[in-house]
Design a protein around this ligand. Sequence first.
Ligand SMILES: C[S@@+](CC[C@H](N)C(=O)[O-])C[C@H]1O[C@@H](n2cnc3c(N)ncnc32)[C@H](O)[C@@H]1O
Length: 269
Amino acid sequence: MRTSPSWDPAAYGRYASQRSRPLADLVAQVGADAPRLVVDLGCGHGPATLSLAALWPQARVVGVDSAESMLEAAGELDTSGRVEWVQADLRDWDPASLGEAPDVVVTNSTLQWVPRHLDLVGAWVEALAPGGWFALQVPGNFDAPSHRLMREVADEHPRAGELTAALDVPSVGEPATYLRLLTRLGCAVDAWETTYVHVLDPDAEDEDPVLTWVTATGLRPVLDLLEDDEERAAFVEPYSAALREAYPRSSAGVLFPFRRVFAVAHKGA
Ligand SMILES: C[S@@+](CC[C@H](N)C(=O)[O-])C[C@H]1O[C@@H](n2cnc3c(N)ncnc32)[C@H](O)[C@@H]1O
């Protein structure tokens, strides 16, 4: 079964402004005025959840994540103790553990790591307070050159079998997948997709900015498996060369198109 890889908060914090934009675009469609309880599923290393806390200053805010490294970084960032940080795997997490019904549940850039997450969404929506909101965003870029090349280079690696298994088909839906599911759960749903054209490394300080980006996310299952410099070089050298060809530098920087899928559901609306 595909499980979440290791997480490095510092690596994930690179390109913070590009990574924070989808959450802002997602939450802009959540119409909750004064929610009492806001939950962030797969909260990561803190900035995303703290931005929700800033948006709804009166709310109790809970961030749930399975990675100790991310929660430690989140706790350090949250110097005022504004958020309740909870370590749990979303496959087992019980909304009843909150002690009250959430008004807003957000999950941003996380469900691609949670196998069969479509089966979990029903319980999360059911747990919402009447009139509550559920908002999700997942990457929809698994056919992009960054990920296609990852799979092609993995196929040629001496440990191809393991690497290919680690890059197993991701479990994300299309906008219509989430729209149909959430409508069946009794919600009014807004689902859409956006391709951001991220401009990476405009100052030309990094020879491989796309590699730097994926090192924090999509490449982690591969990096977790590569045990020494030789194994790592056998992957990273051909992969970074292929990325440089697929994403050439322009006068603006390296352009990195990134498709994302969004759905916002209003329960009982
Ligand atoms: C790409 S990060 C996104 C973090 C944050 N939501 C954001 O927008 O910055 C994905 C997060 O999902 C968490 N995650 C992955 N699988 C999980 C699971 N099964 N249960 C709980 N958290 C999980 C990871 O630990 C990681 O912090």
